[in-house]
Design a protein around this ligand. Structure first.
Ligand code: SAM
Length: 293
C-alpha cells in the first residue's frame, strides 16, 4: 500500500484519515460485478481536497432532506469522506455494479462511517425532486474506440468521447439538486478553443447553475494522449477525435444552483506529489489492456 499517495496498482489506499480496499487496475474483471475503481492521488484525494470546504458549508447551510448523494460510489470513497469530515448524516449511495455495492459497504464499516449503498442505475427515482444538498459525480471518462466498448471496465466506460455518461448523470442530477445545492465532479474531458466541452453543456443541463473548475494538470493536445495510449492502433478513431476536439483537460469542478450562470476557472494550489499526465497515459493504457474479458 502507498500510504497517503495511492496509485492504480494498490489494493488498499489511505488518505485524509480513511482506508479503503479497492481493485488494482490489473485485476481481472467480470462484466456482471465489475471491478471497484482504484484510488489515484491525482484523482479522488486531490478532488476531495479541492471540494471539502464547500461540501461542508453546503451541508451546513442548505435546507434539504438529503445531505449527500454519491452517484456511482465505487469503493464508497466520497460518501465516506462526506460522513467523516463534512457532517453528512443522510447519505444516498448508489452503484450499478454489485461488487461496488458490496465493497463500499465493507469500506463504510471499516471506516466507521455507516451508510447504505443501493444497487441501482442512476435515475430520477433515486431521490425526490430538489431534495439533495450535495451530489458527487465521477462519471466514467476513459476514451476508447467503439469496438472496445464491452472490453472496458464499467468504471471507465463513458462512451467514445468520454462524456456520454457524465451528460446523462447531470441531466438526472438537475432533477435532484436542491436550490443552492452543489454538484461536485471530477472529469477528464475533451475540448476545443481553450475550453473543456463541459463548459458548453453544463449550463444546458443544470438550470440556474454557476460553474467553478480547475485544471488538475495543464491541458494537453488530445492527439498526444491518443498516441500515448493507443500507439499505432485505432488511428482513424485517434484522428477523428483529435480533429473534432484538439484539446484534453483533466478537471475538478463545482456546479452551484445559485441562479447566476457564471463560469470561472481557478488555479489550484494542491500538492501534485509529482503526478503528471505521464501517470494518466499509463493509467489509460492499463485500462485498455486489462479491460479485455
Ligand atoms: C469512475 S467510477 C467512480 C467511482 C467512485 N465514485 C470514485 O470516485 O472512486 C464510476 C462508478 O460509477 C458506476 N456507474 C457508472 N454508470 C452508472 C450509472 N448510470 N448508475 C449507477 N452507477 C454507475 C460505475 O460502476 C463505477 O463504480
Amino acid at each position: 500500500m502507498s500510504k497517503n499517495n495511492p496509485t492504480m496498482h494498490d489494493k488498499q489506499a489511505s488518505f485524509a484519515g480513511i482506508t479503503l480496499h479497492i481493485d488494482p487496475v490489473s485485476k481481472k474483471r467480470r462484466e456482471g460485478s465489475d471491478n471497484v475503481m482504484a484510488i489515484f492521488w491525482e484523482e479522488q484525494p486531490m478532488w476531495w481536497y479541492f471540494i471539502k470546504d464547500i461540501v461542508k458549508n453546503t451541508i451546513q447551510k442548505v435546507k434539504a432532506p438529503v445531505d449527500f448523494l454519491d452517484v456511482g460510489t465505487g469503493g464508497g470513497v466520497m460518501a465516506i469522506l462526506a460522513k467523516k469530515h463534512a457532517g453528512a448524516k443522510i447519505i444516498l449511495a448508489i452503484d450499478k455494479s454489485l461488487r461496488a455495492v458490496k465493497e463500499s459497504q465493507k469500506n463504510a464499516k471499516r471506516n466507521k462511517t455507516p451508510f447504505k449503498t443501493k444497487l441501482e442505475f442512476y435515475n430520477t427515482n433515486t431521490a425526490p425532486y430538489k431534495s439533495v444538498k450535495v451530489i458527487s459525480i465521477n462519471a466514467p471518462y476513459h476514451l476508447y474506440p467503439k469496438e472496445m466498448e464491452m472490453d472496458i471496465p464499467q468504471h471507465a466506460r463513458g462512451g467514445i468521447d468520454g462524456q456520454q455518461v457524465f451528460k446523462e448523470q447531470l441531466a438526472i442530477a438537475n432533477y435532484h439538486l436542491a436550490d443552492h445545492g452543489i454538484i461536485v465532479f471530477n472529469q477528464m474531458c475533451l475540448g476545443r478553443m481553450g475550453r473543456p466541452e463541459f463548459i458548453k453543456y453544463i449550463p444546458e443541463l443544470i438550470e440556474g447553475a454557476s460553474l467553478v473548475y480547475t485544471n488538475i494538470f495543464p491541458p494537453i493536445k488530445s492527439k498526444v494522449f491518443f498516441r500515448k495510449v493507443y500507439g499505432n492502433t485505432f488511428t482513424s478513431y485517434q484522428n477523428e477525435m483529435s480533429k473534432k476536439y484538439p484539446e484534453l483537460y483533466y478537471c475538478n469542478g463545482v456546479i452551484t444552483r445559485n441562479g447566476k450562470g457564471s463560469v470561472k476557472r481557478v488555479v489550484h494550489r494542491l500538492d501534485l506529489k509529482g503526478r503528471s499526465w505521464e501517470d494518466r497515459f499509463e493509467l489509460h493504457r492499463q485500462i485498455s489492456k486489462h479491460g479485455v474479458r
